[in-house]
Ligand binder design. Structure first.
Ligand SMILES: Cc1cc2nc3c(=O)[nH]c(=O)nc-3n(C[C@H](O)[C@H](O)[C@H](O)COP(=O)(O)OP(=O)(O)OC[C@H]3O[C@@H](n4cnc5c(N)ncnc54)[C@H](O)[C@@H]3O)c2cc1C
Ligand code: FES
Length: 308
C-alpha cells in the first residue's frame, strides 16, 4: 500500500511525501481539499466557553459548507488552529466525532499563539487544518473495560474518545474516568464532569491536588488516587494524558498494577510545525508524532529512543 492508500484506508501509520499530500491524502483533509496541505480552511468562531481561568474552548465552523459536511475524524486526532498574521498551533479536536455543527478546540494560554487565540470573539475568523494524525483504536477496544486517567488540560486529548465510548456504551465493559486538576477551578468541562458523576453506568473519580475552600470531593494527586483505586488489569485498556510528570508516575503505577505495555496508551505533545510528516520537526527516532501519533501504545513507545 502507498502512503496515500494507507492513510485513506485509515491506517495512518505511514509517512507522507509531498507527492502523497498533493495526491490527496486525507491527513489534513481541509487543506488538501484546497490543493495545498499548508493552506488552512477559513472557519468562524461560533461559541467560546471559559473552562478555567487560563483555558478557553472554541467552537468553530468551516465557512465552506462542503468542507464542514465532508469532515470526519477519529477520537484522538488533532488539528492546527491559527490566526492570520500570528501563527498556528496544534490542539486536540475535543468535540464528539458525531458532532456535525462544529469542531471544538480547548486552548490553554502558554505563549504567543495561544494568547492571541484567547483574544478571539464570537464571529472572528480563524484558520484550521484538521484532522491530523492517528486516533485511538476504539474499534479494537470493543468488549474491553476502559480506564481513563487524566490531569489538567490532558482532558482535551481524551474528551472525544470518552464521548465516543459513552455514545457506544453497549460496546464496552466497565468505563472508569479518573480526572484530576490542581484546584476545582482548574477542572475543565465541568458540564461533562457533572454528567459523569450522575451516570450509573460509569465510575467517575474527580480529585484535586490539595484542600480547597468549599471542595468536598476527593483530594490527592492522580497517580496516588490511581494506586488507591487499584484497578484490575484483566481485559482493561488504560489511557492516560496530562502533564509529563503525572504521566510518568501514572505509567509506573499501571506497571505496578500489572498492566502490560499493550494495554496502556498515551498521546504525546511534541511541538509540531507542518503536521503532515514533511518538515521533520516532531520526530522521536524514526517516528513522526504528527503522522505516526500523537496516540501511541506503551509497546510502541518502548521501541523509541527516550527523547521526550
Ligand atoms: C499533539 C498535540 C496536541 C495538543 N493539544 C493541546 C490542546 O488540546 N490544548 C492546549 O492548550 N494545548 C495543546 N497542545 C500544546 C499547544 O500546541 C502549545 O501549548 C502551543 O503550541 C503553544 O503555542 P504558543 O505560541 O502560545 O506558545 P509558545 O510561545 O510557542 O510557547 C510557550 C511555552 O509553551 C511551550 N510549548 C509550546 N508548544 C509546546 C508543546 N507542543 N509541548 C510542550 N510545550 C510546548 C514552549 O516551550 C514555551 O515554554 C498540544 C500539542 C500537541 C503537539
Ligand atoms: S514532520 Fe512536520 S510536524 Fe511532524
Amino acid at each position: 500500500m502507498t502512503a496515500t492508500q494507507n492513510i485513506a484506508a485509515g491506517n495512518g501509520k505511514s509517512r507522507l511525501t509531498f507527492a502523497d499530500v498533493k495526491a490527496g491524502a486525507t491527513t489534513a483533509a481541509a487543506g488538501t481539499l484546497a490543493g495545498n496541505p499548508y493552506l488552512p480552511q477559513i472557519a468562524t468562531v461560533i461559541d467560546i466557553i471559559d473552562e478555567t481561568p487560563n483555558i478557553k474552548s472554541f467552537r468553530v465552523r468551516f465557512d465552506d459548507e462542503a468542507v464542514m459536511d465532508a469532515l470526519a475524524f477519529d477520537p484522538g486526532q488533532v488539528g492546527q488552529l491559527g490566526i492570520f498574521g500570528v501563527g498556528e498551533s496544534t490542539f486536540a479536536i475535543n468535540s464528539s466525532c458525531s458532532e456535525k455543527r462544529y469542531l471544538q478546540f480547548s486552548v490553554m494560554k502558554a505563549g504567543e499563539v495561544t494568547s492571541a487565540l484567547h483574544e478571539l470573539n464570537v464571529g472572528d475568523k480563524v484558520g484550521v487544518r484538521a484532522p491530523m494524525g492517528c486516533g485511538f483504536p476504539v474499534e479494537a477496544w470493543k468488549g474491553k473495560n476502559i480506564l481513563y486517567i487524566m490531569g489538567g488540560i490532558g482532558s482535551a486529548a481524551l474528551r472525544a474518545t470518552i464521548s465516543y465510548t459513552l455514545e457506544h456504551r453497549e460496546d464496552y465493559g466497565d468505563i472508569t474516568i479518573l480526572y484530576g486538576a490542581r484546584t476545582p477551578l482548574d477542572l475543565t468541562y465541568k458540564y461533562d464532569v457533572e454528567d459523569w458523576q450522575v451516570r450509573k453506568d460509569i465510575e467517575a473519580v474527580i480529585t484535586v491536588d490539595r484542600d480547597f475552600p468549599g471542595w468536598e470531593g476527593r483530594v490527592g494527586f492522580v497517580p496516588t488516587v490511581l494506586e488507591e483505586m487499584a484497578p484490575k488489569p484483566a481485559n482493561t485498556i488504560a489511557i492516560t494524558c496530562g502533564p509529563p510528570i503525572m504521566i510518568k508516575f501514572v505509567l509506573q503505577g499501571l506497571q505496578k498494577l500489572q498492566f502490560t505495555d499493550e494495554q496502556t496508551y498515551t498521546t504525546l505533545e511534541k511541538r509540531m510545525k507542518c503536521g503532515i510528516g514533511i518538515c521533520g520537526r516532531c520526530n522521536i527516532g524514526p517516528r513522526y508524532v504528527c503522522v505516526d501519533g500523537p496516540v501511541f501504545s506503551m509497546a510502541e513507545l518502548r521501541e523509541l529512543p527516550d527523547e521526550m
